[in-house]
Design a protein. Structure first.
Ligand SMILES: Nc1nc2c(ncn2[C@@H]2O[C@H](COP(=O)(O)OP(=O)(O)OP(=O)(O)O)[C@@H](O)[C@H]2O)c(=O)[nH]1
Ligand SMILES: [Mg+2]
Length: 249
C-alpha cells in the first residue's frame, strides 16, 4: 500500500537542563506554544514537547525533553541525556547561584551525552535587566572557554527563544553535512526520515506517524523505558497539548 512521506526529514533529540526555576519549562512552552506561562509549576521528572522547524530547506522535528531542576529528580533526569543531539543549558541572569552551578550541569552533559552533542548556554529572564546578577560578558566568556553556543533570552517576551532552539539545530545540521556527526552511530540523537520518491512506496520505513504520536515517540527516543512509552501513549492518545507531563515521584 502506498503511503505519504514523512512531513519532516530528520528528528533531533534535545534536552533542557539547569537549576530549578531558571525558566526551562517556560522556554519550551514559549517555543512550542508561543505563550508565556506566568505561574508554571515545578517540573516533576520530565516534560516533553515537539515542534517542526526548517533549517536549510530541510524540515526537522525537534523532540524536546524538559528536565526538572530539583536535585531530588537528578537520577531520573540524568537518564534522559543519553542520545541527545542538542542540549539547552539554562541559567537565570538574575540569580548568580544558577550561573555558579553551570560547571556541574556541564560536567553531567559532557559525561552523559556524546562528544558531538551541541550545547547552547541560555541566560534566561533577559527581560529583568534591573535585577541582573550575571553580566553578558562573563557568560559569553564561560561559553567560549567551554566551546558552547551562547544567547541571552526571555521566555516572557519571547526574545531569542526561537534562536536558542534554531541555532543548536543549525549547528547539528552543519555537523551532519560536514560528516562530523555520524547518523549511524549509536546515540547520535538524530534520526533520518527519508521522504518517499515521487509516486513511490515506502517499504522499509515504518508507517508515518501523526505529529507527536505515541509510537513515534517510543521508536525515536533513543532510550525511554517501556513504562514511559506506555505512559506517553496514554497521554498522547488522550490528545493532550504538545507538552506532556510525565509524572515521577
Ligand atoms: N520575568 C521572567 N520570568 C520568567 C521567565 N522564564 C520563566 N520565568 C518565571 O520563572 C519561574 C520558573 O519558571 P519555570 O519555567 O517553571 O522554571 P524551570 O526551570 O522549568 O523550573 P523546574 O521545573 O523546577 O526545574 C516561573 O514563575 C516563570 O513564570 C522569563 O524569561 N522572564
Ligand atoms: Mg520546569
Amino acid at each position: 500500500m502506498a503511503t505519504a512521506p514523512y512531513n519532516y526529514s530528520y528528528i533531533f533529540k534535545y534536552i533542557i537542563i539547569g537549576d530549578m526555576g531558571v525558566g526551562k519549562s517556560c522556554l519550551l512552552h514559549q517555543f512550542t506554544e508561543k505563550k508565556f506561562m506566568a505561574d508554571c509549576p515545578h517540573t516533576i521528572g520530565v516534560e516533553f514537547g515537539t515542534r517542526i522547524i526548517e533549517v536549510s530547506g530541510q524540515k526537522i522535528k525537534l523532540q524536546i525533553w524538559d528536565t526538572a531542576g530539583q536535585e531530588r529528580f537528578r537520577a531520573v533526569t540524568r537518564s534522559y541525556y543519553r542520545g541527545a543531539a542538542g542540549a539547552l543549558m539554562v541559567y537565570d541572569i538574575t540569580r548568580r547561584s544558577t550561573y555558579n552551578h553551570l560547571s556541574s550541569w556541564l560536567t553531567d552533559a559532557r559525561n552523559l551525552t556524546n562528544p558531538n552533542t551541541v550545547i547552547i548556554l541560555i541566560g534566561n529572564k533577559a527581560d529583568l535587566e534591573a535585577q541582573r546578577d550575571v553580566t553578558y560578558e562573563e557568560a559569553k566568556q564561560f561559553a567560549e572557554e567551554n566551546g558552547l553556543l551562547f544567547l541571552e533570552a526571555s521566555a516572557k517576551t519571547g526574545e531569542n527563544v526561537e534562536d536558542a532552539f534554531l541555532e543548536a539545530a543549525k549547528k547539528i545540521y552543519q555537523n551532519i553535512q560536514d560528516g562530523s556527526l555520524d547518523l549511524n552511530a549509536a546515540e547520535s540523537g538524530v534520526q533520518h526520515k527519508p521522504s518517499a520518491p515521487q509516486g513511490g512506496r515506502l517499504t522499509s520505513e515504518p508507517q508515518p506517524q501523526r505529529e507527536g504520536s505515541a509510537s513515534d515517540l517510543c521508536s525515536t527516543a533513543p532510550f525511554p523505558t517501556f513504562h514511559l512509552c506506555l505512559l506517553e501513549a496514554a497521554l498522547l492518545a488522550a490528545s493532550l497539548s504538545s507538552v506532556h507531563l510525565l509524572g515521577f515521584n
